[in-house]
Structure formats: C-alpha cells, structure tokens
Design a protein around this ligand. Structure first.
Ligand code: PHB
Length: 436
C-alpha cells in the first residue's frame, strides 16, 4: 500500500472512531507561529538516527512563514491521555490547545510525517487510564505518548509505559517519584515535579508572609507531595504549621474544612487545589470570612488564569508559586499569549504553556532523529538535548531525571487593566528537582 493510502486510511479510521486527527491543511497565520515543515525523508521510520547540532526545529516557533511541504512518511501517531471531564477537565483542554497551537505553527508535520493526535479522556480514573494506555500501545501502536494531569494516575501507568519502552512526555502530573526512585529512561516531564514550585515557596512564605500557617490540599499523591515540599523549607525558616487538612479531590463543600482552619487561627494558609476544586475553595474561603484574617497562599494553580475569572475578587491578593505567569514580561510569553488568544478567544494558562512546550519538545527531538521514532535510544538522546526559550523562561531537561529545569515565579493576584492577573513579584531561577 502506498504511503498516501496509509495516511488516508488511518485518517478515516481515526475520524470514524471520533479521535482527533490534526490535518496538515490548517496553518496558523500570524507572525509568531508560522514556520516551515522541513524536507521529508523517504523512509522516516527506518532511517537511522542522525542527530544534528543545528536543527531547523530550534527556530520553528519564530521563523517567518514558508511553504509547507506535503507529508511523505507515515503519520506520526501521538497518544494524548488527558482529562476532558470532571475536576481537571479545563486543564486537559488547555494542554491540548497549547499543543494544537504549536503543531499548527509547523504545518502539523514533523520530518515529513503528518501529526495524528489520538486523544483519550483520563477520566480522573486510574483503571480507565491504564486501559487507554494499553490501547495506545497495543491497538493504536502510537509512536509516543503524552499527557497525564493527575499524579496518582501517572504513578498507576508508569510500569506499563516503562515495560513497553513507550516514550512518555508527562505534560502535567507532578508525581515526584516518576523522576526520582521510579524514573525511567522512557519518561520525560515537561511540566514540573510536585516538589518544584512548593519547595521554594516554604522559605518565601516564612520570610515574607507569615510564620503561622495552616496547610490544606486535595487528598491524593499530588496534595501530599506538595505540602511536604512546602514544609521542607518553611519549618527550617522558622515557620510553624498549625494544622493540615486534606479534603477529597473533586470536593464541592469546603465548609467543614474551613471551620477547622478557622479554629486554628492561622495568619496565613498554604494550599494546593486546582481546577474546579480551586474555584470552590477560594470562593468559599472568602464567603466564610477567612480572607479577612488569614492570607491566602499556595501552589500557583490555586489562583491560575483558568480559575481566576470564576473566582473573581475572592482571589485578589493571593500569593502563589508557579512555573509561569501571564504577566511574565519576556517576548516569548507575549507572542504566545497573543497567538493563543487569537486562536481560542480565551486567555491562556500555565497548562496551555505546558502543552505548547511539550509539542515543541516532540518537534525538535523528532526532527533531530529525522522522523525516526523506532530507535528509542536515539530518540531519548534527542529529547535530552532539547533546550529553548519558552514562554515560561529557559527550558531544559535534567539529563539524569528527565524532569524540566525551570524558573519558579512568586506571583500576587492584582487587578491589572480592569482584569485579575498574577503579577510576578519574585523569581527563583533554574529550580532543579533533587532527584538523582
Ligand atoms: C497532579 O496531580 O500532579 C496535579 C494536578 C493538577 C495540578 C497540578 C498537579 O494543577
């Protein structure tokens, strides 16, 4: 069968299954994101890996428009496992949008292979996610996998990914162990470890906000790891944790928990909640009256751009640490925000940045291997070498753990031009997870 026929058949099959197929037809027009697809090798999957130092990929997100060459190799199948329902639905959607924005900027083609995104819902369910990972490996035979928002689910799929030598680029889930004791040569993380934003915040909060803090977080791996990382520096800096409380993930009524927090009379609270949990917690925190006595601080997702519009003034003044801020004043960020808003008619958030960067990592690495994804060692080497200026600041992988090394920004929610925004008030540079 000709390669063109293979392309057509796969596209139609994916279409019938309802999976998302990104066609090469649509190219974003706009100064930032236009780029050319490099010349296609004739046999990309078989081609020996030949990483080159000067790859056109490094310039992809910034080079001027050029004609997109037709895809010549078989489709590049990328299994995308992200939440499209429940507590983290907006996170999954934002990561996907970021990927789509980047891939459109390169004509949806890498090394002559048309990009085929096969999307599955993480469903906030480990069993369902395991089943879908198996489907990517056995049925779809994807070239690589990306996604995962929930740390507990990331831990659950780790072994099947590793045992099958499936390249996985985690684009959110911060599960520390996946780049520490359970690290794998096949697993990379473009987002953060749960330790990364919280460890610097412990010291920062003790020195600048308060030494009497109550901690709270969603009751699962991510919440536990984040509060532990916060305490690692908060306590040595002279801080006292007055209490800790862990409501279930996907909670709606924080009343009983807020009552416990109020009883302890903290000067500040430090929390991890994200998605719909963050909206409910921050709104109820104000309704309960706690905002008047206890400064709201936490891991950045508590008041990130995805939840700020729903939280409104309840979020004003909140201090948080994260790997990005919408006010970050660097050209890469300004261009990203403009292009994202133009395409999706909504403000981006840190999840969208993670999706955008993940797509760039995939692009740059597979350009280096000239479209070859079957030589895993070559692909791993190519991934390890990816380094660029992201909308979040400098991006590079720690070659030992495969976790991203990045800046962490301390932000404060302020009103800027009539809108709520996370204003950068401090930067902790090049934070590297201590995994070995
Ligand atoms: C996680 O489960 O690792 C997680 C989920 C949502 C976030 C951050 C981390 O916003």
């Amino acid at each position: 069968m000709s390669e063109e026929k293979v392309n057509k058949r796969l596209s139609r099959r994916q279409f019938l299954k309802g999976a998302a197929v990104v066609t090469g037809a649509a190219v974003v027009s706009g100064s930032l994101l236009e780029a050319c697809a490099p010349a296609a090798p004739t046999t990309p999957t078989k081609a020996p890996a030949a990483p080159s130092a000067a790859t056109p990929a490094t310039k992809a997100a910034v080079t001027p428009a050029a004609e997109v060459k037709p895809a010549a190799g078989p489709p590049l199948k990328i299994g995308v496992l992200l939440p499209y329902s429940k507590v983290y639905a907006v996170l999954g959607e934002s990561i996907t949008n970021g990927m789509v924005l980047y891939f459109e900027s390169i004509g949806n083609t890498i090394a002559g292979r048309k990009i085929d995104l096969i999307k599955e819902d993480e469903e906030n369910d480990a069993q369902a996610s395991l089943r879908k990972t198996r489907k990517f490996i056995e049925q779809d035979k994807v070239d690589l996998m990306t996604g995962l928002v929930n740390s507990a689910i990331a831990y659950a799929v780790r072994d099947i990914v590793h045992d099958n030598k499936m390249i996985l680029l985690i684009s959110n889930a911060g599960a520390n162990g996946l780049t520490r004791e359970k690290k794998s040569p096949y697993i990379f993380r473009t987002s953060f470890s749960n330790w990364q934003p919280n460890y610097p915040m412990g010291d920062w909060v003790a020195k600048h906000t308060s030494k009497k803090v109550f901690c709270s977080a969603a009751d699962y791996a991510a919440g536990k790891e984040m509060i532990a990382a916060f305490k690692e520096t908060f306590v040595p800096a002279g801080g006292t944790v007055l209490g800790e409380i862990y409501p279930p993930l996907g909670n709606t009524d924080y009343g009983p928990y807020l009552a416990k927090i109020a009883e302890a009379k903290p000067e500040a609270t430090y929390s991890f909640y994200s998605g719909s949990d963050a909206v409910a917690f921050v709104k109820q925190y104000e309704e309960y009256g706690l905002k008047k006595t206890a400064k709201l601080t936490g891991a950045g997702w508590l008041v990130e751009q995805d939840v700020l519009p729903a939280q409104g003034k309840a979020a004003l003044g909140a201090i948080s640490g994260l790997n990005w801020a919408n006010t970050l004043d660097i050209p890469e960020n300004k261009k990203f925000i403009e292009a994202y808003q133009k395409k999706f008619n909504v403000e981006p958030n840190s999840f969208a940045v993670q999706g955008f960067d993940t797509a760039r990592v995939i692009h740059e690495a597979i350009e280096k291997t000239k479209g070859n994804t079957s030589d895993k060692d070559a692909l791993i080497k190519a991934l390890e070498s990816v380094k660029f200026a992201s909308p979040r600041g400098p991006f590079e992988f720690d070659p030992v753990t495969h976790n991203v090394i990045q800046n962490i920004y301390v932000r404060e929610v302020k009103e800027v031009g009539g809108k709520l925004a996370n204003v950068v008030i401090d930067t902790i540079k090049a934070v590297k997870d201590p995994g070995k």
